[in-house]
Write a protein that binds this ligand. Structure first.
Ligand code: PEP
Ligand code: CO
Length: 461
C-alpha cells in the first residue's frame, strides 16, 4: 500500500512553528485566560534552550545505528512526571536503575545501549475521557502537571498556563542533575556493576542473574588488565538523553527556535519527542508540528494503526527518509503483538524507509485490579517484549530496543515479579498520577531476563 497523495501534499506545504494552530487538534486544554496564556508563551520563547540541536543530532545518529542493529535503545521513566516528584532522589534512583539495566543489555547485545529518559519534561498526558466522575461529581480530567492539578476540585482541574513555566524550570532542574550524573561517579561502569551485584545478593533465588553479573565482573577485570582504567572516560561517563510526548503544543512551540549552526528549527524542550497513540492523525495538529522540527521523533504504533496511515506518517514526517529521524514505538499488548506487528513491520520494510523499532510493553497491557486500581502484570510486560523480538527474528530484521514506564523507587503499581506483588499489595505504595510503572526491582528483573534471552537467541544484525 502507498501513502496517500494527501500526505505528499502535506509534506510540501510551508511550515512554521505555529502552522499546527490551523489544524484539528485532539487532547488540547482550553485556557480561560488567553492573555495569561500568551504572556507565558512569550516568556518561554525567550528562555534559554534546554537542549542543543547538536545533541539531538547525535541522538539521531545513535538511533540510526539502532535501526541497523548496531545499537540498542533503552527508553524509560515515569508515565507522568509530577511536580511533587521534583526531588534529587526520585531523579537519581531512576537514572541509576536505567544505567544498571543498560549495563546488562549492553553485555547481552554486544552493542552500545542508547539511554533515553522519559524525564525532564514528561508532564502532559493524553486521556481517554475529557472528564472524571467521582461520587456523582463530574470535573475535567487531570491532564498532567504542566496543564492542571491532580486534586479532585474544580479549581485544581482548571488548566493554568503558569504551570508551563513551572514545567520548564523543573525540566531544567532535572536535566541539570542528569547531565551531572552522566559525567560523574553515578555513571561509572564499575560502580554500576557493584550495584548490580548488590541487587543480585538481595535476589538470592535466581542463580542465573548472579552468573550474568559474574561474567560482567570478569569482563571489567579483563578490560582493566588490558589497561582500560576504571576512571577512563569510556567507563566513567555516559550519554543520556531526554524525551517526552510532544502533547502540549503551545509549550513545544515556545521552545522551538532556529538553531544558529544549521539554520533549521529544533524543539529545544528535549532531545527526542514523540506523538502518542491518540494524536497521530496525519492531518492533525501534532503531526503538523512535529513535521517541521529536526529532532529525532517517535510515533506510537498501536492496535488501531493502519498500514496506509503509518506509511502516510512516514512520508509526512520524514519525506527525505533521513536515518534516525523516526522511531516507531509498538504498543500492541502481549496477546496481540505476534499477530498485529508483522504486517506493519513488513509494510514499512517493503516501503524501503529507514525506521528504528522499539517495543513499549506497557500501554497494551493495562488492566484494572480487583480494587479498581489500574495495573499491569509483570509477566504480560515481559511476554510482549519476547513476542516483539520473536517477530523481528522471524522477519530477519533488527529490533531497536525497548520503551518502559518505570521508576527506581519501590512503588507497588504493577503486579508480579520476584516480589510476587498481588492486587492486594497495590495500595501500599501506589504513587503514580497516571499509568502503573514497574518498580526498581521489577525493572532490573526485566533487564536480567531480557539479557538472558538475548544471549540465548541474539538479535538479528
Ligand atoms: C504514554 O506513553 O504514556 C502513552 C500515553 O502512550 P500511548 O500514546 O501509546 O497510549
Ligand atoms: Co503511560
Amino acid at each position: 500500500m502507498h501513502p496517500s497523495v494527501g500526505s505528499q501534499a502535506i509534506s510540501q506545504t510551508p511550515w512554521s512553528p505555529s502552522t499546527w494552530r490551523s489544524r484539528p487538534i485532539r487532547q488540547a486544554p482550553t485556557y480561560a485566560d488567553q492573555a495569561a496564556l500568551e504572556a507565558v508563551e512569550a516568556r518561554l520563547h525567550r528562555y534559554p534552550p534546554l537542549v542543543f540541536a547538536s545533541e539531538a543530532e547525535r541522538l539521531k545518529a545513535r538511533l540510526a545505528a539502532a535501526s541497523r542493529g548496531e545499537a540498542f535503545v533503552l527508553q524509560g521513566g515515569a508515565c507522568a512526571e509530577s511536580f511533587r516528584d521534583f526531588t534529587g532522589d526520585v531523579v537519581q534512583d531512576t537514572f541509576r536503575v536505567l544505567l544498571q539495566m543498560s549495563a546488562l543489555l549492553a553485555f547481552a547485545t554486544k552493542v552500545p545501549v542508547v539511554k533515553i529518559g522519559r524525564m525532564a519534561g514528561q508532564y502532559a498526558k493524553p486521556r481517554s475521557s475529557p472528564t472524571e466522575k467521582r461520587d456523582g461529581v463530574e470535573l475535567p480530567c487531570y491532564r498532567g502537571d504542566v496543564i492542571n492539578g491532580y486534586e479532585f476540585t474544580a479549581e485544581a482541574r482548571e488548566p493554568d498556563p503558569k504551570r508551563m513555566e513551572i514545567g520548564y524550570f523543573q525540566a531544567a532542574g532535572v536535566l541539570n542533575l542528569l547531565r551531572a550524573m552522566a559525567r560523574g561517579e553515578e555513571a561509572n561502569l564499575h560502580a554500576i556493576h557493584r550495584w548490580n551485584v548488590d541487587f543480585v545478593e538481595r535476589l538470592r533465588k535466581i542463580p542465573r542473574y548472579r552468573e550474568l553479573e559474574d561474567q560482567i565482573g570478569d569482563s571489567l577485570t579483563f578490560m582493566q588488565a588490558c589497561g582500560v582504567r576504571a576512571d577512563s572516560a569510556q567507563l566513567r561517563e555516559t550519554e543520556f538523553y531526554t524525551s517526552h510526548e510532544a502533547l502540549l503544543l503551545p509549550y513545544e512551540e515556545a521552545l522551538t527556535r532556529i538553531d544558529s549552526t544549521t539554520g533549521e528549527y529544533y524543539d529545544h524542550s528535549a532531545h527526542f519527542i514523540w506523538i502518542g497513540d491518540r494524536t497521530r492523525q496525519p492531518e492533525g495538529a501534532h503531526v503538523e508540528f512535529l513535521r517541521g522540527v529536526r529532532n529525532p521523533i517517535g510515533i506510537k504504533v498501536g492496535p488501531t494503526t493502519r498500514i496506509d496511515e503509518l506509511l502516510s506518517l512516514l512520508e509526512i514526517l520524514n519525506p527525505q527518509d533521513e536515518a534516525g529521524r523516526i522511531t516507531l514505538i509498538s504498543r500492541m499488548g502481549s496477546k496481540k503483538v505476534r499477530e498485529l506487528l508483522p504486517p506493519l513491520l513488513d509494510a514499512v520494510h517493503k516501503s524501503g524507509r529507514c525506521v528504528t523499532w522499539l517495543c513499549d510493553p506497557m500501554h497494551g497491557n493495562t488492566t484494572t485490579a480487583s480494587n479498581k486500581l489500574k495495573t499491569r502484570a509483570f509477566d504480560d510486560v515481559f511476554d510482549e517484549i519476547i513476542g516483539f523480538f520473536e517477530v523481528f527474528r522471524k522477519a530477519g530484521l533488527p529490533a531497536g530496543g525497548i520503551h518502559l514506564e518505570m521508576t527506581g523507587r519501590d512503588v507497588t503499581e504493577c503486579t508480579g515479579g520476584s516480589q510476587c506483588l498481588t492486587d492486594d499489595n497495590l495500595p501500599e505504595r501506589y504513587e503514580t498520577f497516571c499509568d502503573p510503572r514497574l518498580n526498581g526491582e521489577q525493572s532490573m528483573e526485566i533487564a536480567f531476563k531480557l539479557a538472558d534471552a538475548l544471549i540465548k537467541t541474539p538479535l538479528v544484525k
